[in-house]
Design a protein around this ligand. Structure first.
Ligand code: ADP
Ligand code: MG
Length: 613
């Protein structure tokens, strides 16, 4: 047999490697920013267009490259950062694999301009799909500018796979946050489609957090600090009362590198246990410094997952450090002495009588219990619930539509309608609540058991969809518009979904970099719920959860129905129970929740009889 093994041509090998290194525009941003940092830059500019699909450019003022190095840097396994295998155990740089530039140049149009301090002129190189188009001498500033255009131009399948510009932009922003937080002393600026997103002069860590997440963040932060023989822990945690629905502000850095660690995350959660409401997430910005020899950052190609030699000890130290800080914060306000006048809270702690701030923990906490149980179902006439019925205009409320019920039942595999020939004149008239979770009623064939939360989700979901479709959302004007604070990232998500939010009844005023003014809300949302609802929406979009949704509008309806529905554990009065049952069976898809879970089951007399055998 003839020899059949061949070496892959370099450009093919590079394209394959690129599959691993470059998943999306944000991966390019990460690699270029890290190269700029490794080059000892003190000022780094990031410029993107169209979610990075058209252009990603990073301009730094670092050490630059000689013209030979400039050419070499695009070769695979070309790195100045390690020379021998042992160097891997003493890494002080971000990169070391020497494949980022080769990979990027294999799948994009790349232009690099670079000059070192001692040279008078620099180099200008153009590469397209691994092919050098030109290399010229050029008069350029000291440092390096890398321009990456038309990502995946030669791999249409990858290009088509990219998400919308906004989604890609969001990933880029996340990456930018991580790098900018890991290097507060470096100045960063970030431009998107010609306008500036961030301009962050070099600063300390706390101020960098505030630069990125907004002035309001300052008063939320509690410092943590611990020096041990295996790790130096520093950074900030957010006070428990600021725990959020979304998981956005959780950052670990190990030796100035953003890392993900579900294990250490668990340690943080452990420290917060009992202090935050269920379903909310504490914010944290935690820096770990360990001996580079005790950390393996090489187990994952995109290098966010790391392995520590002694994770268990780290876990224990981290948890106790945070607990300690939370405890301190309990008796004294923030113990951070490096205060900045500009960032000060408007009042002066010094002049205030010391009082125990105290973290009150309501063991029976149920975010939905207060005034809203009956209201949410909308059947008890509390003042707030006025207008609720409008949501359902057009949807039959009283289950008179027996035929459609019958059809639904049958399609769900029931032999006959549960209401068939019922003794209750087509409607359920007696119900009771079981374990604050189910609504139970008798029907002719036996027994009907409804899951209250899922049933209400279905009712709300169809209500919202209807609102959106007929574009006649009923909103209630807020007497005093609410101004809510968000991070830049959250605001950009809100902008993305604003139109759909309006369609369900939200009315917006001014939206700035950090705040959103809300003038009206859907009738089913109370003022006190607005923040929570918004956070849930943002968090769902952030996680790109609910990915099986047909559309943004569908996702919105799902999220809102999930957030606003009556939950297990809520007591419903009889009126509300009845109303919910009737509304459920007036729905088009009464048998399933918006998340495709059964809303009710029936137990026939036969089923019950069999239990007695
Ligand atoms: P790695 O960072 O893993 O070494 P890269 O492919 O990212 O590999 O870069 C290859 C080499 O190019 C680097 O080792 C470095 O010497 C050089 N380089 C890349 N970007 C820059 C930059 N912005 N400034 C100076 N040198 C750079
Ligand atoms: Mg690199």
């Amino acid at each position: 047999m003839a020899d059949i093994i061949r070496l892959l041509p370099d450009h093919v090998a590079n394209q394959i490697a690129a599959g691993e290194v470059v998943q999306r525009p944000a991966s390019v941003v990460k690699e270029l920013l890290e190269n700029a940092i490794d080059a000892q830059s003190t000022d780094i500019k990031l410029i993107v267009k169209d979610g990075g699909k058209t252009l990603i450019q990073v301009v730094d003022n670092g050490i630059g490259m000689s013209d030979t190095d400039a050419r070499l840097s695009f070769e695979r396994h070309a790195t100045s950062k390690i020379q021998k295998a042992e160097d891997l155990f003493n890494l002080h740089t971000k990169g070391f694999r020497g494949e980022a530039l080769a990979s990027i140049a294999a799948i994009a149009h790349v232009e690099m301009m670079t000059r070192t301090e001692d040279e008078e002129v620099g180099t200008h190189i153009k590469i397209e799909g691994s092919k050098i188009i030109s290399q010229e001498v050029a008069v350029v500033p000291k440092g390096t500018s890398m321009m990456v255009k038309n990502l995946f131009f030669n791999i249409p399948a990858r290009r088509n796979f990219l998400k919308s510009d906004q989604v890609e932009f969001r990933h880029i922003t996340d990456e930018f946050h991580r790098v900018a937080l890991a290097h507060p002393q470096i100045s960063f600026s970030f431009y998107n489609n010609g306008s500036d997103v961030f301009n962050l002069p070099g600063n300390d860590f706390k101020k960098r957090i505030v630069q990125i997440f907004g002035r309001k963040t300052n008063e939320k932060l509690v410092p943590i600090n611990e020096d041990t023989n295996v790790v130096r822990i520093s950074g900030y945690i957010q006070k428990p009362e600021f725990a959020k629905k979304s998981r956005g502000e959780q950052f670990f850095f190990a030796n100035n590198r953003f890392i993900k660690s579900p294990y250490l995350h668990h340690a943080v959660l452990g420290a917060f246990e009992g202090l935050i409401k269920p379903g909310t997430h504490p914010g944290y910005f935690i820096c770990l410094e360990v001996d580079p020899a005790t950390i393996d950052i090489n187990i994952h190609p995109t290098k966010t997952e790391v392995k520590f030699d002694d994770e268990h000890t780290l876990y224990a130290y981290l948890k106790s450090t945070i607990k300690h800080s939370l405890g301190q914060f309990n008796v004294a306000p923030s113990l951070d002495f490096e205060k900045d006048q500009n960032l000060e809270t408007p009042y002066n702690f010094k002049d205030k009588a010391v009082s125990m701030p105290g973290i009150s923990v309501d063991a029976d906490f149920n975010p939905f219990q207060k005034s809203r149980t009956a209201k949410a179902v909308g059947y008890s006439k509390q003042p707030n619930a006025q207008g609720w019925e409008n949501m359902y205009q057009g949807l039959e409320r009283k289950v008179p539509n027996r035929e459609s019920s019958i059809l639904e039942m049958e399609s769900e595999g029931f032999n006959s309608s549960i209401f068939d020939g019922t003794e209750t004149q087509d409607t359920v008239t007696t119900t009771f609540q079981l374990r604050k979770k189910y609504i139970v009623s008798t029907i002719k064939s036996g027994m009907l058991i409804i899951n209250q939360s899922r049933a209400h989700q279905r009712v709300l979901y169809e209500g919202f969809l209807k609102n959106i479709t007929i574009k006649e959302a009923v909103s209630q004007q807020l007497l005093f518009p609410l101004t809510l604070n968000f991070t830049h990232g959250e605001i950009s998500i809100l902008r993305e979904i604003k139109e759909s939010l309006c369609a369900v009844g939200f009315v917006f005023g001014d939206i700035t970099h950090e705040t959103v003014e809300i003038k009206g809300v859907p009738v089913v949302v109370t003022e006190s719920e607005v923040q929570m609802v918004m956070e849930q929406l943002i968090s769902d979009f952030q996680m790109e959860a609910l990915e099986d949704s047909f559309s943004q509008v569908d996702m919105l309806a799902k999220t809102l129905s999930k957030t606003l529905s009556v939950k297990t554990g809520e007591i419903l009065d009889e009126r509300s129970q009845l109303g919910l049952v009737n509304d459920l069976f007036a729905c088009k898809e009464s048998a399933l929740s918006p998340f495709n879970k059964r809303t009710y089951i029936t137990l026939t007399e036969n089923d019950i009889d069999r239990k007695f055998i």
